[in-house]
Design a protein around this ligand. Structure first.
Ligand SMILES: O=c1ccn([C@@H]2O[C@H](COP(=O)(O)O)[C@@H](O)[C@H]2O)c(=O)[nH]1
Length: 248
């Protein structure tokens, strides 16, 4: 079964909860509030720069799948060498900015293959397209790109695929066109998820969890809607159940 087939999927495996906290203590408190419901977590720059490798080892010991969201963006040699380090760390998914270009992405893919140790499952290498906190105005007036968000995301997705990446980060709103252009097995990882009626905060391109799945997203990255909820475990469970009902 491919990832995009919706039959018998347990969406517990497809929701990546963003551990956007500043320390190991806070991460452990949050995991306790999630009551072992969560299977896939995202560690971003804030937590990784504070706690580093030992935190990753700790999460691995708890049998959690890990998306290390460091969004690398540097020259090919630097990103390639860093990719080798992250591969040895044994996370399940990590990412880089597609804007770094094809050489940078190819170098990352090559160094990852070389760094793999025997029987190690290959991490998923994912390209960040256009951040979900940006919209048409920001793209055009601030960043100076004279394309629509859809066009730039599609352009980046095609480049990422050509450069050997496993998929892209985008909003769910662009998933259909990415899948049409890059094929159903090219993964889409979508933040910018909000429950109906919630504040978007700093996000610009948002969908609800159901909309994201209906649009074809493979993985939903959810932070504040779950982590800032009064009862994070219950909110997570409610989202999972509503998505599981869609497909089973
Ligand atoms: O385009 C992107 C890429 C990454 N993110 C990350 O996802 C989470 C979203 O958190 P929320 O609280 O659900 O808004 C956060 O860790 C971002 O760094 C993104 O939002 N958009």
């Amino acid at each position: 079964m491919t990832l995009t087939e919706k039959k018998s999927i347990d969406y517990r495996d497809r929701i990546i909860v963003a551990l956007d906290v500043k320390s190991k203590t806070e991460a452990l408190e949050l995991l306790a509030r999630l009551e072992n419901q969560v299977k896939f977590v995202k560690v971003g720059m804030e937590l990784f720069y504070a706690e580093g490798y030992p935190l990753i080892e700790l999460l691995k010991k708890r049998n959690l799948r890990i998306f290390l969201d460091l969004k690398m963006h540097d020259i090919p040699n630097t990103v390639g060498r860093t990719t080798a380090q992250l591969t040895r760390l044994g996370v399940d998914m990590f990412n880089l900015h597609v804007a770094g270009g094809s050489k940078m992405m190819e170098e990352a893919r090559n160094q990852m293959e070389r760094a793999l140790i025997a029987r190690q499952e290959r991490p998923l290498l994912i390209g960040v397209t256009q951040l979900t906190s940006t919209d048409e105005r920001i793209l055009r007036e601030e960043i100076g790109i004279a394309k629509s968000v859809k066009e730039i995301v599609l352009h980046y997705a095609k480049l990422a695929k050509k450069s050997g990446l496993d998929g892209v980060v985008s909003s769910a709103l662009e998933v259909k066109s990415v899948k049409e252009a890059c094929g159903p097995s090219f993964l889409t990882v979508t933040p910018g998820i909000r429950l109906a009626g919630e504040s978007a905060h700093d996000q610009k391109r948002i969908t609800t969890p159901k909309q994201a799945i209906n649009l074809g997203s493979d993985y939903l990255v959810i932070g504040r809607s779950i982590t800032k909820a009064e009862n994070p475990a219950k909110t997570f469970e409610t989202i999972v159940n509503s998505l599981n009902k869609l497909s089973n």
